[in-house]
Design a protein around this ligand. Structure first.
Ligand SMILES: NC(=O)c1ccc[n+]([C@@H]2O[C@H](COP(=O)([O-])OP(=O)(O)OC[C@H]3O[C@@H](n4cnc5c(N)ncnc54)[C@H](OP(=O)(O)O)[C@@H]3O)[C@@H](O)[C@H]2O)c1
Length: 270
């Protein structure tokens, strides 16, 4: 990413996800001097200052010419934090939130009819392999969407949905999804131990298998169901396992119930 910012990028919250975004921005060539982080935690602030970005404990003195504000604080304090940025609501500054479950209407209720983009990243963003889904309100221009796209894609892939109601399903699939894959690794390793492998070796096999299969599925031009068929000889070992996993009450039914439960929980929390 070349320098394309005419003003300051203000990041409210430099914790785990805010810090991951920041690392991605610096990596992609955004100038540290263009980034202003509001971070009250002294330890985190010192670490961030070490990266060369501007750090302040509060939003009391926001930089002139703020080009965008990114909210990366916990959802529970969002109602308290957003009004601190109302001085920027009179102009054309877009507001980008990565807070789980915070609806666009929350930001509009404090800031008025300003451009708001709600985004849902996931934890692989911390290694640049995130999947973020974003949704913009009507006030957001194409240029402002493009600005958000550039900032979000510094930590991985970005997709957009037009209907904000879909963010609950997005949360249930890609937001919470890494935890399902971690569980798959745990259970594959545990089953390997049951089958006689030493725990260290079972865990190594499970991690490397999920990593390799994920990478193959991501790079291949074949769909995952075809990749599965490719490694399944009729009557062979993979087929024996898939008979169990693909039974009526197998992984498909389980995953459907899990994703529906997460979708309903996301709706309830919002
Ligand atoms: N982590 C994830 O995997 C993930 C995934 C998707 C979305 N998100 C979203 O990302 C947001 C941040 O999550 P996180 O895991 O990065 O949390 P986090 O590590 O706790 O980071 C939040 C940071 O904001 C700071 N903060 C508190 N009050 C503030 C204020 N008034 N102004 C500016 N900063 C303030 C916190 O400082 P203190 O510690 O002093 O309170 C903390 O350093 C959440 O809304 C979450 O829903 C996270």
């Amino acid at each position: 990413m070349t320098k394309q910012f005419s003003g300051a990028i203000v990041l409210a919250g430099g914790g785990k996800m805010g810090g991951a975004l920041l690392a991605g921005w610096l990596e992609s060539g955004i100038e540290a001097a263009d980034i202003h982080v509001i971070e009250p935690d002294g330890g985190a602030a010192a670490r961030l200052a070490g990266l060369g970005v501007n750090v302040a404990p509060t939003a009391s003195r926001l930089p002139a010419g703020t080009e965008i504000v990114i909210f990366a604080v916990k959802p529970q304090i969002m109602n308290e934090v957003v009004p601190q940025y109302s001085s920027l609501a009179a102009g054309d500054t877009p507001f980008l939130s990565i807070a789980a479950g915070c609806r666009i209407s929350l930001f509009e209720s404090h800031l008025g009819a300003v451009p708001v983009v709600r985004a849902m990243p996931n934890t692989p963003a911390s290694i640049g392999l995130g999947m973020t889904v974003a949704c913009a309100n009507r006030q957001t221009s194409e240029a402002q969407r493009a600005l958000c796209q550039r900032l979000l894609e510094a930590v991985g892939e970005v997709a957009w949905v037009a209907d904000e109601a879909l963010m609950d399903a997005v949360t249930a699939v890609s937001g919470s999804g890494p935890a399902y894959v971690f569980l798959l690794i745990e259970k594959l390793a545990a089953a390997g131990v049951e089958a006689g492998l030493a725990p260290d070796l079972a865990m190594r096999l499970a991690r490397a298998t999920v990593r390799g299969a994920g990478e193959l599925a991501s790079r291949s031009d074949q769909a995952p169901d075809q990749l599965r068929v490719n490694v399944t000889s009729p009557g062979g070992t993979t087929a024996a396992a898939l008979d169990v996993l693909m039974a009526e009450d197998g992984l498909g039914a389980l995953m459907k119930r899990a994703v529906l439960a997460a979708t309903e929980r996301s709706k309830a929390l919002a």
